[in-house]
Design a binder for this molecule. Structure first.
Ligand SMILES: Cc1cc2nc3c(=O)[nH]c(=O)nc-3n(C[C@H](O)[C@H](O)[C@H](O)COP(=O)(O)OP(=O)(O)OC[C@H]3O[C@@H](n4cnc5c(N)ncnc54)[C@H](O)[C@@H]3O)c2cc1C
Length: 530
């Protein structure tokens, strides 16, 4: 993973000329390209952890797994939001951990948490490092030091139960590896977020991730049937049946807890039989309102495609649903539908072809124009490539960032308008694109991509706008996040969303599980008042 950007550096992308023209003509981007500083030039604070403590950490995991090198610290500084990348590109490594510690078992994690609790060392669990909400932006302030607890060594498939369709994994397994391991059993998880290439199963659970095929396979939190969690005060082992009436479901307390309550050391996940068939296609609607009504019809009446995404007019025109062919959009609103399936006799859900035909009846009735397979296949081909473009845009003097929310269908237009208005208020005339990204019977999520010319301090410029958007989402009755999570960036808006009683519950849980407050301090729950 590129330390200052996204993905495999070999796949870095030049900006196509039509994108440069768009930046120039539409947004007034004039700045010359500014490359990121070299890794060796990133400014890091000195290592604060005393030698004896580093030795004690090494005593738990082995000295080969306590890293204090410049490179290891840089690579575990922050996540991958645009402000994170802007800071890293400028060489600001002020949030670096003192050390990166790689445990090899649940027992080692538990022992590390006991040690760090006793010695007041802050611990940030680190999965794939793809957080976009400040989930990994640490500070050792008020602590003896700060470590990144990299879960990369916990990377095994532990068991497969083909009868129950449950697979048990360690948390550091990256999504492509999980799919590879399951494919050997004819199974799939079906979780394909845009961060698929790097994010881990533990990170998906900790941040309540949602993938591009959520209409068919569900959100990640739907897939988790059991969890083992190490906390400074002991181990939680949750989930002995798919559903239970035995009190509140404590699994839900761990899902979305973002490393603030404990470290997930294994997960039992519902898996599905791998599909034999995959079909993707495009449809065009005259307006976003018409397209949204069609998507709602599918979500409420069925048949529901596996992938369902509807771009608004601007996103369609720019062609963002096809990142490999940006600039080739068109008018109206592009809907992408994907159908994956096993023969009906196996799954009982109907074949991909049968669901495609059923959905076509609904989409036609709702005013859609079929565009055939090409737009769907182009989306499928480029589904993980957009983040590579962000690096080139940042270098070219444009800030590009995404944000998301969700609401009930009746409130969705209000939410859409509120976010766009807040962005226009903050930036003047930004380029704002949106798509309906995940659908449910009762509502959907809206995923926005914003592009503006960088001015002055681009981090401050973005944070000012983000504050306005957060306030607008709260005021318009949406949730502050549908799948990116809370981290530090959404913490205040989350507190407003759950209210003081809700926040009090979370505080009480944190105080009980993590009395020294070492776990991801400042993420999800505000630090206790001094
Ligand atoms: C380009 C890009 C595209 C993205 N697309 C999507 C998308 O389509 N859908 C989506 O849902 N998200 C998306 N994200 C956000 C991100 O990938 C998700 O939040 C993902 O769940 C993070 O997984 P990770 O393994 O990288 O976790 P990290 O970023 O390493 O950690 C995320 C949070 O979870 C905590 N954590 C990690 N592992 C554990 C553990 N084992 N136990 C306890 N806490 C832990 C961390 O401390 C942190 O607070 C995207 C991010 C990027 C950069």
């Amino acid at each position: 993973m590129l330390w200052s950007g996204w993905g495999d550096p070999a796949l870095a992308r030049e900006l196509p000329e039509q994108v440069r023209a768009l930046l120039r003509d539409f947004l007034g981007v004039r700045a010359p390209d500014v490359p990121a500083v070299g890794l060796e030039s990133v400014r890091l604070p000195p290592v604060a952890l005393p030698e004896p403590l580093l030795g004690a950490l090494a005593g738990v995991v082995g000295s080969a797994y306590v890293l204090t090198s410049h490179e290891a610290r840089v690579r575990h500084t922050r996540g991958k939001s645009t402000p994170d990348l802007l800071r890293m590109r400028a060489g600001d490594g002020s949030a670096a951990p003192d050390a990166v510690v790689l445990p090899g078992s649940h027992e080692e994690v538990a022992e590390l948490l006991r040690l760090c609790s006793a010695e007041r060392v802050a611990v940030i669990p680190f999965g794939g490092g793809t957080s976009v909400v400040g989930g990994l932006t640490g500070s050792g302030s008020g602590f003896t030091g700060l470590i990144a607890l990299d879960l990369g060594r916990l990377d095994r498939l532990l068991s497969v139960d083909p009868e129950s369709l449950v697979a048990s994994f360690e948390p550091g397994v990256r999504a492509p590896e999980a799919e590879r391991l399951l494919a050997a059993h004819g199974l799939t998880l079906g979780h394909f977020p845009q961060s698929f290439e790097y994010a881990t199963l533990g990170g998906f659970a900790a941040a309540r991730s949602s993938g591009q095929a959520s209409a068919g396979y569900g959100r990640f939190d739907d897939m988790v049937v059991g969890l083992t969690v190490a906390t400074p005060t002991g181990t939680l082992d949750l989930g002995r049946a798919p559903k239970s009436a035995a009190g509140p479901d404590l699994r839900q307390l761990v899902l979305g807890s973002e490393g603030a309550f404990g470290v997930i050391t294994s997960l039992r996940l519902r898996v599905r039989r791998a599909p034999d068939e995959r079909r993707y296609e495009g449809w065009r609607f005259g307006t976003f309102a018409e397209g949204t009504a069609a998507v709602r019809a599918l979500a409420q009446e069925g048949p529901l495609p596996t992938v369902l995404r509807l771009s608004d007019e601007t996103e369609t025109m720019i062609g963002l649903a096809k990142p490999d062919a940006i600039g080739s959009g068109g008018s109206g609103c592009l809907l992408i539908a994907g159908y994956e399936g096993t023969p009906a006799s196996v799954s009982g859900w109907g074949s991909a072809a049968a669901r495609q035909a059923g959905a076509a009846v609904v989409l036609t009735r709702m005013g859609g124009e079929p565009l055939g397979a090409e737009p769907g296949e182009a989306w499928e081909h480029g589904r993980f490539s957009a983040p590579y473009l962000r690096d080139s845009l940042l270098g070219a003097g444009a800030t590009v960032e995404t944000l998301e929310t969700a609401g009930f269908w009746a409130n969705l237009p209000r939410l859409y308008d509120a976010v766009r208005l807040a962005l226009a208020g903050a930036f003047g005339s930004p380029l704002v694109m949106c798509h309906v990204s995940h659908v449910y019977e009762t509502g959907a999520s809206l995923y926005f991509t914003v592009v503006v010319a960088q001015e002055g301090d681009p981090v401050a410029q973005w944070e000012h706008a983000k504050e306005a958007v957060n306030a607008a989402i709260v005021a318009a009755g949406g949730t502050i996040t549908h799948h990116h999570g809370v981290g530090r960036d959404h913490r205040d808006a989350y507190a407003a969303e759950v209210g003081p009683v809700g926040m009090g519950i979370l505080r009480a849980v944190k105080d009980r599980l993590d009395p020294a407050g070492i776990l991801n301090p400042g993420a999800l729950v505000p630090p206790p008042a001094a």
